[in-house]
Design a protein around this ligand. Sequence first.
Ligand code: UD1
Length: 417
Amino acid sequence: MSDFRITGGHRLEGKVRAQGSKNASLPIFVATLLTDEEIILRRVPHLKDIHTLTEILQALGKTVEHNQSNIYSFSKTQKLSGKAPHQQVRKMRASFLVLGPLLARIGGAEVALPGGDAIGMRPVDLHLSGLQAMGAEFELREGVVYARAKRLRPAEIFLKYPSVGATEHLMMTAALIPGRTAIHNPAQEPEISDLAQLLTKMGAKITVTPSHIEVAGCERLCAADHTIIPDRLCAGTYAIATALCGGEVEIGANPTHLRPLIAVLREAGVKIEEHTESILVRADKNQRYRPLEIETRPHPGFPTDLQAPMMPLLALASGTSRITETVFEDRFAYVQGLQKMGASVEVWGQTAIIHGVEKLHGAEVQALDIRAGVALVLAGLAAEGVTIVRDPKEHIARGYQNLGGDLRQIGAEISAT
Ligand code: UD1
């Protein structure tokens, strides 16, 4: 059940709610390592990456219970181990974040260099240099980081790039180091604030500003109950779907988190109303949108994870658009699939030039990663005829808990095969 069969051309109508955020859940799951007391997390999405991370935390000694649908509880029954299972860690990049919390809790850790999507080099130098500033020592042997720290100390850290993962990693580690740590040039993604909220509930004092994050950590962190923010990437995907297919759809999400996308969609000519806990997207089925120039940037710039989903909309725009990818170096491989569906796109290094065409047609295409896979599904919704998106590695299930069901609920003809 990992492929999608889509018959394009249906108008979308109704209401849909974004799942809980994957990218907020993953670091927050890791943060449960910081305490033995009970952490309850609500609105956790059902995703492959969440299951993998659950297995990693269990292997490290956490007890993870998952009683009700989207509620997880974390406690501890055994001594924490510092050895993360290599095979699982290599499956997903976010699992690397266990390194700092393990160092802070037990003074040593052994964590494989991470895997994740094949979208560029994705090094972890900023994670390691930040932890080094806190007093950690590392050795790298055969793709595994062996780390030690007698006692971590608070630090003044300057990130040369606002990496999301490094900011989260250093912020959660600092929460368990008594004293004041400052992280300058931090990432400002909404998921960072969600993690800061959880850490605050656990007892750390955290001030988040665009220029720096200040963490006043403590010796022990305590129990907390937290609801994960809605997934802005999932909500954004449904907003783009509505714009592509025409219709009127209310999407349950936090409009503030979606502002960078909303601005771009409005510039193209899509009508969007912002409500307190939702956005309403209105689009005319036969409308052709204005072409755009988009550059992906750290938040509040245009998110790299919505770069691929935006491409089908620009492929059907009334002129030539340009997308420049500045966050990852290899994120246009999916363009081949769109070309097979009739899109006219040229890729020059980090820039794609998209000449709008009047229509796309159905084809059999391959999902290469989460967002690339979803971009092809979106193209299929707007295309004439039937599109099959093959996803043998289940990339899409890493990011969307119920993509087919959610889109069907608002009128799309899509089935998992
Ligand atoms: C997170 C998101 C991912 C999103 C990305 C950028 C999660 C689980 N994943 O990934 O969906 O696409 O943010 O918004 O939240 N870099 C370095 N050195 C480092 C760390 C990063 O050079 O130590 C580079 C990476 O190679 C990449 C860029 O910084 O080119 C962005 O990476 P980062 O912000 O760390 O993204 P992730 O946290 O991996």
